[in-house]
Write a protein that binds this ligand. Structure first.
Ligand SMILES: O=P(O)(O)OC[C@H]1O[C@H](OP(=O)(O)OP(=O)(O)O)[C@H](O)[C@@H]1O
Ligand code: HPA
Ligand SMILES: [Mg+2]
Length: 179
C-alpha cells in the first residue's frame, strides 16, 4: 500500500467502509434486477478490476466476466475521447445480458464509445455499473443504471484509479493533490 505520507495523496473522498457497503448494495441490486438471467460483466481494464472483483462476489445470480482494454489519449488527467481498443473481448456478446463495469465516468467519452461499440454487437441488453461519476464533468448525455458514488470535480486516485499508473492499490478513493 502506498504510504499515507505520500504528498500527492490529498483529501479522502470515499472511505474503505463506505466502498465496501456500497459495493454490497450494488451487488444486491444487480442480483435482484437480473434474477433468472446470467449476466456477462464486461470489465474495462485496468482501473475497474478492483471494483469488478469486489462487486462480482456480491452478485448472487450466475454471472461471467470478460475484459476489454481501451486507451484514450490526452494529458495525464484528461481523456480525449479518441478511444482505441487495445484488447477486445474474448467472446461474442450477441444475445447476452451485458453489464459494463467501470471504475469512473468522468467526461463520459470512454463510456459513450463503449456503449456504441458494444450495442453494435447485438447484446440482449446493455447496462452500465460505474463505481464513481463526476456529474460536473460529464460531456455526454448518458447516465449509468448503477452508480456507486457521485464525486466532485477532482482527479481521483485509489481503489483501482491511477495517476501515471500509481495509487491503484490504495484501499480508499482520494483526491490527487494539485501540484
Ligand atoms: O469518462 P472519461 O473522461 O472517458 O474517463 C473515464 C475513463 O478513464 C479511465 O481509464 P484510463 O484511460 O485511465 O485507463 P486505466 O483504467 O487503465 O487507468 C477510467 O477507467 C475510464 O475508463
Ligand atoms: O479522476 C480520475 N482519476 C483517475 N483516472 C481517471 N480517468 C478519468 N478520470 C479519472
Ligand atoms: Mg488511468
Amino acid at each position: 500500500m502506498a504510504s499515507m505520507r505520500d504528498t500527492a495523496i490529498g483529501e479522502i473522498l470515499v472511505q474503505p467502509d463506505d466502498l465496501h457497503h456500497r459495493v454490497r448494495e450494488l451487488g444486491r441490486e444487480i442480483s435482484r434486477d437480473y434474477a433468472g438471467k446470467e449476466p456477462l460483466l464486461v470489465c474495462v481494464l485496468k482501473g475497474a478490476v478492483f471494483f469488478l472483483a469486489d462487486l462480482m462476489r456480491e452478485i448472487e445470480v450466475p454471472c461471467e466476466v470478460d475484459f476489454m482494454a481501451v486507451a484514450s489519449y490526452g494529458s495525464a488527467t484528461q481523456s480525449s475521447g479518441v478511444v482505441r481498443i487495445l484488447k477486445d473481448l474474448d467472446a461474442a456478446i450477441e444475445g447476452r445480458d451485458v453489464i459494463i463495469v467501470e471504475d469512473i465516468v468522468d467526461s463520459g467519452l470512454t463510456l459513450q464509445y463503449l456503449l456504441r461499440n458494444l450495442t453494435a454487437r447485438g447484446p440482449a441488453s446493455l447496462s452500465v455499473c460505474a463505481l464513481l461519476t463526476k456529474p460536473d464533468r460529464l460531456q455526454v448525455d448518458l447516465s449509468p443504471r448503477y452508480v456507486g458514488f457521485e464525486i466532485p470535480d477532482r482527479f481521483a486516485i485509489g481503489y483501482g484509479l491511477d495517476h501515471g499508473e500509481r495509487y491503484r492499490n490504495l484501499p480508499y478513493v482520494a483526491a490527487l493533490k494539485p501540484e
